[in-house]
Design a protein around this ligand. Structure first.
Ligand code: PLP
Length: 422
């Protein structure tokens, strides 16, 4: 069981609603800090552990800065994400650039920052060499194909577009070495939102064994093994979080057996978790705008899937807490919707909730990762603001809401009338 809590009292939350207006995402600095510390402590049995926060989960420099001060690096996969990492002061091996179908300018930026470049395909080795020369250190993303199972969000490794096969991995390292690359790492990312720690332990075993095979076959000594992200969070109250301490201990035991034992260490083991780092420490706060009774009962919010796509995209569950209804019976069944002209714009379907009225405030839980970040402008919908509850108890805006001017910024209206006049 996981208790679905708010980071501040109802009274303070209502004051924030009054001051900033809904909808907004609210993040909890202290929660994020303590969680990051817990992750590092859980993996402290590894000699040189590093967490690279997956920027795509929450690409806000204020949140990234909090994580950086706790020792995290950044996992980037696009030019804007690289620039965000740069803006918060990260450089060199503090940044992993793990992209796919990569444009040349993104490789150039990653090289300029000295980021660790993780190649998604064999063909990217000559591509990178041609556009800006090879760095001293390189890694490949490994896709074990049918050797492993994935899950619903990411699909089966065999069907996934990412990474290289084992044969390609060996060939890639040989070629890289022939072209003067001196230092090497391996990377994988096979699963998303997985709550079973044993899956990650199996992945660690697979990668540590691969390190042994690479040494045996090519005499290659790895400098790092990046196990990717994908650690899940309990979106549903009846689910349990991943036991990080168990996962960290088991990974350290495997490291002792498969890396330190045979003399392949010391090397850095890294994770690039996004969801489990910030996910539970974000909340989407929204107001009931309308109610509607037809064949079903609908609660229409002032937030929509532009603010949180996961329910529409994956049918994902997000817990919802209405403010001021403690003790009220959950005796209504509602679909909780946004205003987009898509019938999947629903935060909840057939959800038991207390009787709700216009003006009620609803809090959608676990929106701190892959929440605001996924938003889009379809149907002319504008993304909400982001607020941060600081460790000092103050609430600050860390991103304003989008405006109509933002929406129209890519259009040039100065010549449009001429299209219609002759
Ligand atoms: C999305 C992604 C992550 C982070 O995944 P989480 O589920 O947020 O932990 C890490 N690495 C890569 C390459 C990714 O694409």
């Amino acid at each position: 069981m996981t208790e679905k809590i708010l980071p501040l009292s109802e009274e303070k939350l209502r004051a924030a609603v009054e001051k900033f207006g809904t909808p907004f995402h609210l993040y909890d600095e202290q929660g994020i800090r303590l969680n990051m510390r817990r992750l590092l402590r859980a993996f402290s049995g590894l000699p040189d552990f590093k967490e690279y926060f997956s920027v795509k989960a929450a690409p806000n420099p204020y949140l990234m800065q909090i994580l950086c001060t706790e020792g995290a690096g950044a996992d980037c996969s696009s030019l804007p994400e690289l620039i965000l990492a740069e803006k918060v002061g990260l450089r060199g091996s503090e940044i992993v650039f793990s992209s796919n179908d990569t444009p040349a300018e993104e490789y150039r930026k990653a090289m300029e920052l000295g980021a660790l470049i993780n190649l998604d395909d064999l063909s990217h080795l000559p591509f990178l060499r041609e556009i800006c020369g090879l760095p001293e250190i390189i890694s490949f993303r490994y896709n074990p194909g049918p050797a492993r199972q994935g899950n619903a969000i990411i699909g089966r490794p065999e069907e996934a577009k990412y990474g290289v096969s084992k044969e390609q991995l060996f060939a890639g390292f040989e070629q890289a070495r022939a072209w003067g690359v001196k230092r090497f790492g391996i990377h994988t990312m096979l699963i998303s939102n997985e709550l079973n720690p044993d899956y990650f332990i199996d992945t660690a075993r697979m990668m540590f064994e691969l390190a042994g095979e690479l040494f045996a076959a090519l005499g290659l000594r790895l400098e790092f093994i990046n196990l990717g992200g994908g650690v899940g969070i309990p979106y549903r109250p009846e689910e349990n979080p991943v036991d990080l301490e168990y996962l960290g201990r088991a990974t350290a035991d495997l490291y002792a057996e498969l890396i330190a034992g045979p003399g392949l260490g010391p090397l850095r083991v890294a994770l690039e978790c996004g969801r489990m780092v910030t996910g539970p420490f974000g909340w989407l706060v929204t107001t009931v705008r309308h109610k509607k009774d037809i064949y079903k009962q609908y609660i229409g919010l002032d937030a929509c899937m532009a603010d949180l796509m996961r329910p529409a995209l994956y049918g994902a569950y997000h817990h919802i807490t209405p403010l001021g209804k403690t003790g009220a019976p959950y005796d209504r069944i509602y679909d909780v919707t946004g205003s987009l002209c898509e019938n999947n714009d629903k935060f909840a379907v057939d959800r038991p909730l207390p009787f709700l009225e216009r003006g009620d405030i609803l809090v959608v839980h676990d929106t701190g990762a892959h929440g605001h970040a996924m938003g889009f402008n379809y149907n002319g919908k504008l993304r909400s603001k982001e607020l941060l509850l600081g460790s000092d108890g103050e609430i600050r805006q860390i991103r304003r809401a989008e405006t109509l001017d933002d929406y129209f910024a890519t259009l040039d209206f100065t010549s449009t009338p001429s299209l219609f006049s002759t």
